[in-house]
Design a protein around this ligand. Structure first.
Ligand code: ADP
Ligand code: TRP
Length: 332
């Protein structure tokens, strides 16, 4: 029986943090046990906002090494850079002809930019490049090109998958045959939103993130910076409303969680002590991942070889989809 296909991509627009780790990377790697997985680095998507070449190239490497350090096995997962697959861009152009401009006007990211501009009283399209405006078409191409069945993503990306469905459906409708496979979003409800250092959702754009691969001393410093209230040491504390505890839950086993929760409730434990315990379990999980990451980053030629081999495996799959579409379209 052929296995279903799971596909997802990560944009190299910031340092990978533990929100990405629990919210995206780990669940995708879990799925790879059951599905034929195709995971990639969405570097052309990043180009819309990343205009510094040094920074972009470092982040492309970081995301690639990050996937591998977290356990992606390139022998089992087709793992590549979006920019290595020219068919992505060919398919994007073809899909453009089936994408209503009005559909793009409704995209959340574009609408948010327009609204922000309008509130400032300026040109509604200020700072909006065509890459941002057509972002969902490129993403639809990423997905459709590889005959994806499921696309594991966070809730914020569901609209993009729905747009990919719409676009693929209008192609199939036009040619009265199933030229393209219709993908489904896979949003794991059990994956909680990881809180950041200040209690809001951890995000690179809020400056509240704990990067996965920072050195141990910096990791400790960041954890010590978690914002707490002014409750005194002796006061009993509520674990459920404590960021330290919410983060602890992600890294500690159930026995450890119960033990720390009871220390919270009985009083006599200060925030400093809770942070030390959090640091211990975070570092326990991240130390081996960090070590693998540092080894991979130290050998860029080997990393390039892994990505080139992935592209090699991806391109025939991509070419077949484009061929099918071109034939259906009368362009051979
Ligand atoms: P950021 O919010 O830092 O810009 P991205 O939007 O690039 O992160 O997210 C990449 C992936 O990581 C997405 O699948 C997203 O759902 C997941 N993710 C990001 N932040 C979190 C978080 N705080 N908790 C859970 N998942 C997250
Ligand atoms: N837009 C996604 C994000 O911001 C990244 C992405 C690009 C992606 N292409 C994709 C995700 C294809 C899933 C499938 O997180």
């Amino acid at each position: 029986m052929t296995r279903k296909i799971s596909l997802t991509g990560i944009k190299p627009t910031g340092n990978l943090h533990i929100g990405n780790y629990f919210g995206a990377i780990k669940p995708a790697l879990e799925l790879a046990k059951e599905y034929d997985a195709r995971y990639f680095i969405a570097d052309y998507h990043a180009l819309n906002i990343m205009k510094d070449p040094k920074e972009l190239s470092a982040l492309i490497r970081e995301v690639a090494a990050g996937w591998l350090a977290c356990g992606l096995d390139p022998e089992k997962v087709v793992f590549y850079r979006q920019s290595s697959i020219p068919e992505v861009f060919e398919l994007t152009t073809m899909l453009m002809a089936f994408t209503a401009k009005g559909l793009m006007n409704r995209a959340h990211a574009y609408k948010a930019a327009v609204q922000e501009n309008s509130e400032k009283g300026g040109d509604p399209d200020a700072g909006v490049n065509m890459g941002l405006f057509t972002y969902p078409v490129l993403m639809a191409a990423d997905i459709i090109l590889f005959d994806s069945d499921v696309v594991p993503v966070g809730k914020d990306q569901v609209q993009h998958i729905e747009m990919a469905q719409d676009i693929a459906q209008s192609v199939n409708h036009n040619y009265k045959q199933e030229v393209l496979k219709i993908p489904q979003a896979l949003v794991s409800e059990s994956v909680a939103v990881v809180p950041g250092l200040d209690g809001r959702k951890m995000s690179k754009s809020y400056g509240n993130a704990i990067p996965i691969f920072i050195p141990e001393t910096q990791l400790r410093k960041l954890i010590m910076r978690i914002v707490t209230n002014s409750q005194a040491v002796e006061e009993p504390k509520d674990p459920e409303t404590s960021q330290i505890f919410l983060l602890y839950r992600l890294f500690a086993d159930s026995k450890e969680q119960a033990a720390l929760a009871s220390r919270y409730r009985s009083g006599g434990m200060g925030w400093g002590e809770a942070k030390e315990e959090l640091f211990r379990v975070v570092n326990r999980e991240l130390a081996p991942v960090r070590e693998r990451f540092n080894a991979i980053i130290a050998d860029p030629a080997a990393l390039d070889r892994v990505l080139a081999a992935g592209a090699e495996k991806a391109r025939p799959i991509a070419a077949a989809t484009v061929r099918r579409f071109r034939r259906a379209a009368g362009i051979e």
